[in-house]
Design a protein around this ligand. Structure first.
Ligand code: NAP
Length: 260
């Protein structure tokens, strides 16, 4: 992806100037590209990671080369204590948080008849519990910001279900209910909460799917190809920016035409 800013004169070029964003799971994949995209539009960005400390540091370095402030912050989003510590760290480094992007996510795929309770719990705890924890820890910041935003990264799988992904699909459709409820509770303050539901996207997560299964998935996509992360992040940038101030409680599908 180009690291250059959009052309000067483009009204979107600095649309996030003065904003502080926290992107969970910003070390790799879609989250990495979201973090860089928000910075390209003028935001300071906290890049959360759980394991990938070097990669998160590299994303923060990239953002600083763009000319914005950045910090890499460790937290397992499933653990409230580490989330609270992370948010304090962001406050110290970048100030209060205007935009929270709940992007961190995992899979633990297995057909339902073989899925263990542990596989269910871990996926729900990270994908849905993590969004709860981070939204809780950032709630006052977002509510009191002049342009507060919570953006939850769901999935087309939440809308369709998927073989072998009962835990993942449940976690991702749970984000719809969380988002719509947050949208209602935040509406009086002017802050918004929305979901982006990407289709199948070329990242490490997709590369764990066996080749034959990946081919069958591709055949079901009307555009007959997977998304690149760069094709997903424009919707996140739009939802983060002041121009989306009247959009709340919505799900934006970015899925190559898969029926919702
Ligand atoms: P990915 O390449 O596997 O990256 C996952 C990211 O989440 C990493 O930065 C990882 O950090 C972080 N993470 C995982 N568990 C975490 C935890 N407990 N606490 C904090 N961070 C954690 O995945 P991706 O494809 O970019 O997916 C990003 C989001 O998009 C996920 O929510 C995913 O469900 C969603 N999505 C993906 C696709 C797809 O096809 N790829 C489609 C629809 C939706 P570390 O490396 O530091 O552990």
């Amino acid at each position: 992806m180009s690291l250059a800013r959009p052309h000067t004169g483009d009204e979107q070029a600095r649309s996030l100037q003065g904003k502080t964003c926290l992107v969970t799971g910003g070390s790799r994949g879609i989250g990495r590209v979201i973090a860089i995209e928000l910075a390209r539009h003028g935001a300071d960005v906290a890049v959360n990671y759980r394991n990938s400390i070097r990669k998160a540091g590299a994303v923060a370095d990239t953002i600083e080369r763009i000319g914005e402030n950045a910090v890499a912050v460790e937290s397992d989003v499933a653990e409230m204590e580490t989330v609270e510590r992370m948010v304090e760290e962001v406050h110290g480094a970048l100030g209060t948080i205007d935009v929270l992007v709940n992007n961190a996510g995992i899979t633990a795929d297995r057909r339902f008849s073989d899925m263990t309770r542990e596989e269910w719990d871990r996926v729900i705890d990270v994908n849905l519990g993590g969004a709860f924890n981070c939204s809780k820890a950032c709630y006052e910041d977002v509510r009191d910001s002049p342009d507060g935003r919570i953006i939850n990264i769901s999935s087309v799988v939440a809308q369709r279900g998927n073989y072998g992904q009962a835990n993942y699909a449940a976690s991702k459709s749970g984000l719809f209910g969380l988002t719509r409820s947050l949208a209602l509770e935040l509406a009086g303050s002017g802050a918004t909460a929305n979901c982006v539901a990407p289709g199948f996207t070329a990242t490490d997560m997709l590369s764990t799917v066996p080749d034959g299964v990946r081919d069958r998935i591709r055949e079901r996509i009307p555009m007959n190809r997977f998304a690149q992360p760069e094709e997903v992040v424009g919707s996140v940038r739009f939802l983060a920016a002041p121009e989306s101030s009247y959009v709340t409680g919505q799900v934006i599908g970015v899925n190559g035409g898969m029926v919702q």
